[in-house]
Design a protein around this ligand. Structure first.
Ligand code: FE2
Length: 422
């Protein structure tokens, strides 16, 4: 007897199986003919995947587009200035309301785990207070992990270091930083060492906004790799963005890639944001700033895709759809071979889950009963269609449903309904 059975779904590896759920756990992945269940969902060959995961987001800023004004230049630096204006005027309650609204969008898109950076450069730590509260509110259906992020620079803002430590004391999960925004390369380098020491002392993961610039001499990733090895943080560190690697000299990168692999640092590009924020000072050719995804993967580095921003001071679009993120990443990284397209789907599911260190993620008996049924037959079709999330199950409960994506045609001699699946 199961609480819920998802019948006849196609798993990402191509197997067709029934998934039996008891409580909040997967109890069986098999043919479950004749088994009884409180509820049955008929997937009938539709793709059934573990949920989408986003390891890079800014939930304290989301859904604030236009408050108090829009970003005129489109640059990272004006976005940081604008965020500085917004955080003066916004309240904890407003931040919570926007974050919860975003979590609703995420659940509707089958996105059930998010790592959000939270700005610690506010003497009241309003964002930290708001998101710690939101983390508890959404815990029954969404795993929210928080990164203590000194947006204005660990040293550039004189209060930031103390406040970042205070945020960690309050229960924020991950150590963050922004070395390329410190006043000098030297201070950036020192901040990386300092933050790695803090992560090691506290036994926490570390996830730095690292080299989010077109400057090929921004090489904080090299320092991060060396310090991760020195402090024994292998497998617990993430380099977010790494856009300067797009512009680096190839010889230097040939030394850097094995160093990143040795340090077991995960790489986390954010394609929607990288391609609109980077290259703003270029004429033509105009760089797109995406890090070297295929090359990192070839060295065995874990690479995910992050969303980063939705309707905030840096980005005027977005819907919490990780298929949109993977779709854009696939194009910009030119990952059009079937194996590479398939990898792009894994990057927003299993690879991102590995970066967040999620336990019980997947389809083994005993894993968390969280999954999404997609209006597609296989992962690449899901990407092509940005397929509708027909049913979303979180921790054993049905939490969202969406209709199939079909359209009615009004054409003489043609079918009345068009289905874009093949
Ligand atoms: Fe970010």
């Amino acid at each position: 007897m199961f609480d819920l059975i998802v019948k006849g779904g196609t798993l990402p590896d191509g197997r067709v199986a029934d998934i039996g759920i008891r409580g909040d756990r997967i109890a069986a992945v098999d043919r479950l003919d004749g088994a009884e269940a409180g509820q049955v969902i008929h997937a009938n060959g539709d793709l059934v995947s573990p949920p989408f995961v986003d390891p890079h987001f800014h939930m304290d800023a989301t859904l604030s587009y236009g408050i108090p004004r829009i970003n005129q230049s489109g640059t990272l630096l004006e976005g940081i200035t604008l965020w500085g204006e917004l955080k003066q005027v916004t309240t904890i309650d407003e931040m919570k309301a926007r974050a919860l609204a975003y979590c609703d969008w995420a659940v509707s898109m089958g996105l059930l785990a998010i790592r959000s950076h939270v700005d610690t450069c506010d003497p009241e730590l309003k964002g930290v207070q708001a998101l710690l509260d939101v983390r508890e509110t959404v815990r029954p259906y969404l795993d929210l992990q928080l990164v203590a992020f000194p947006q204005d620079g660990l040293y550039r803002d004189p209060q930031a270091r103390d406040q970042t430590l205070r945020a960690l004391d309050m229960g924020v999960d991950v150590v963050g930083g922004i070395p390329h925004f410190e006043r000098t390369m030297e201070e950036g380098r020192a901040s990386v060492t300092d933050l790695c020491r803090i992560a090691a002392e506290r036994g926490l993961p570390i996830d730095l906004h690292c080299d989010e610039t077109d400057d090929p001499m921004s090489r904080h990733i090299e320092t991060l790799a060396a310090e991760v090895i020195r402090y024994g943080l292998q497998g617990r560190a993430t380099g977010s963005h790494l856009t300067s690697m797009h512009s680096m000299d190839n010889y230097y990168v040939s030394k850097l890639l094995p160093l990143i692999a040795e340090a077991e640092i995960a790489a986390l590009p954010n394609p929607l944001i990288n391609i609109v924020i980077q290259g703003r000072h270029d004429t033509f050719p105009k760089r797109r700033g995406l890090t070297r995804v295929k090359e990192l993967r070839a060295y065995g580095v874990t690479v995910g895709w992050g969303q980063d921003c939705v309707l905030d001071p840096w980005y005027p679009l977005g819907t919490a759809d990780m298929l949109d993120v993977a779709f854009m990443g696939l194009h910009v990284a030119q990952m059009t071979h079937p194996d590479e397209m398939r990898a792009c789907f894994d990057m927003v599911t299993t690879e991102n889950a590995r970066i967040m260190g999620l336990n019980g993620y997947g389809f083994e008996p005993g894993d968390m009963a969280s999954l999404v049924v997609l209006d597609a037959a296989h992962p690449v079709e899901a990407l092509r269609l940005r397929a509708s999330r027909l049913w979303v199950i979180s921790k054993g409960n049905l939490v969202a449903q969406n209709p199939r994506d079909t359209a009615r045609l009004v054409l003489p001699g043609r079918p009345e309904q068009v289905d874009r699946r093949l």
